[in-house]
Design a protein around this ligand. Structure first.
Ligand code: PLP
Length: 376
């Protein structure tokens, strides 16, 4: 068994989610749109899962639409959000550190005549509210900024930004990609004040291929996927009940111990950072803020070499984002970090299943690798 410290890439499916998926495949396998007994039972499961995810996200059930993944939620919110609000203007504010699901949507919108301001993150990886406000214009139709960065764990103050933007320009829609923040930071969709919030199941111990988009009540976001009018007309396609039920179960399973789990994960992160700093004087900690992500760098050592050394000891971490195999991190570049810092960066990410022994084994292996490589 390997030591899995790449939970920002994906997480292990928890037993509750796996059991819920199996039940929805083998027992309650009806189509939620069917009117017979099996269909009604499936529809009940669907609404139960919607209530579970909405509760975890801090919104009403009728504000939550299931999607196929976080990428779909981001594409839908950014593209349809900008198009819908374009009657007020065609200017968009985002950042250079967004996930590719947002960045590629922005590229598409630019090809359709929208103008995009891509803000540079600060050196800590977050986006400054003052920078957003300086870029805001009367024709800004959409702001899309992530709550937690997937490579650095940097947290952007979305609720502060939303409040100030609302006061200046009430027509500007606000979207946040909260994929790495959901069930990791104490926030609710209502408290954030965003119009659109993207989340994904596989970062919170549900299977891959399921996500959800929060659409603030009263906002008539046009659908992205057209067809039979499922999800109350918001998203067509027969609902993937096994994945949806698993997503609901994963949220419900996380809730009772969430605060204690996050405190523990946060303590593991601080412990690893402190121990590694004391053993490796050149170590740099990058970003930070979210409890589950530790981004660090050993300038002068190459991340892929360090990763190979860790892998030889059965330890899985990541170079930067798992979504873009190889290549230099555009997020770290946008933060203005030097080439040696970027080239020596590793992302270590924890979950509630991570143990102190695993973190210790990782710290010993990384320091050991650094010492061995120096003596070659
Ligand atoms: N947004 C962020 C910040 C992510 O980290 C990811 C996945 O890594 C996504 C969006 C995409 O989510 P999914 O893998 O569910 O498509």
């Amino acid at each position: 068994m390997s030591i899995y410290l790449d939970n920002a890439a994906t997480t292990q499916v928890c037993p509750e989610a796996a059991a819920a998926a199996l039940d929805a495949m083998a027992v309650h396998y009806g189509n939620p749109s069917s009117t017979h007994a099996e269909g009604r039972a499936a529809a009940k499961l669907l609404e139960r899962a919607r209530a579970q995810v909405s509760r975890a996200l801090g919104c009403r059930s009728d504000e939550l639409v299931f999607t196929s993944c976080g990428t779909e939620g981001d594409n839908w919110a950014v593209i349809r959000g900008a198009e819908y609000q374009s009657r007020f203007g065609r200017h968009i504010i985002s950042s250079a550190a967004e996930h590719a699901a947002v960045l590629r949507s922005l590229d598409y919108l630019e090809s359709q005549g929208f103008e995009v301001t891509r803000l540079k993150p600060r050196t800590d990886g977050s986006v400054a509210a003052d920078d957003v406000l300086s870029a805001l214009r009367p024709d800004t139709c959409l702001i899309s900024l992530m709550l937690v960065n997937n490579e650095t764990g940097a947290v952007t103050d979305i609720s502060g930004i939303a409040q100030r933007v609302r006061a200046e320009n009430p027509h500007t829609l606000i979207h946040t990609d909260a994929v790495q923040a959901f069930l990791k930071l104490p926030f609710s969709a209502e408290m954030l004040g965003a119009d659109l919030v993207t989340v994904s199941g596989h970062k919170v111990h549900a299977p891959k291929g399921i996500g959800a988009l929060y659409i603030r009540s009263g906002l008539h976001l046009p659908p992205f996927i057209l067809g039979g009018g499922q999800e109350h007309g918001h998203r067509s396609g027969t609902e993937s009940l096994p994945l949806i039920a698993a997503f609901g179960a994963a949220c419900a399973a996380a809730e009772p111990t969430l605060e204690a789990d996050l405190d523990r994960i946060s303590a593991l992160r601080s412990y690893a950072a402190e121990r590694l700093r004391s053993e490796n004087e050149m170590l740099r900690i990058i970003g930070g803020g979210a409890p589950q992500i530790l981004c660090l760098s050993l300038p002068g050592w190459r991340s892929e070499v360090l990763m190979n050394c860790l892998e030889a000891e059965g330890i899985c971490v990541s170079k930067s984002s798992a979504c873009k195999k190889g290549g230099r991190s555009y997020v770290l570049e946008a933060m203005g970090l030097s080439a040696p810092v970027i080239d020596g960066a590793l992302r270590v990410s924890f979950s509630r299943f991570t143990t102190a022994e695993e973190v210790d084994a990782f710290c010993s292996a990384l320091t050991g690798a650094r010492i061995r490589l120096r003596h070659r």
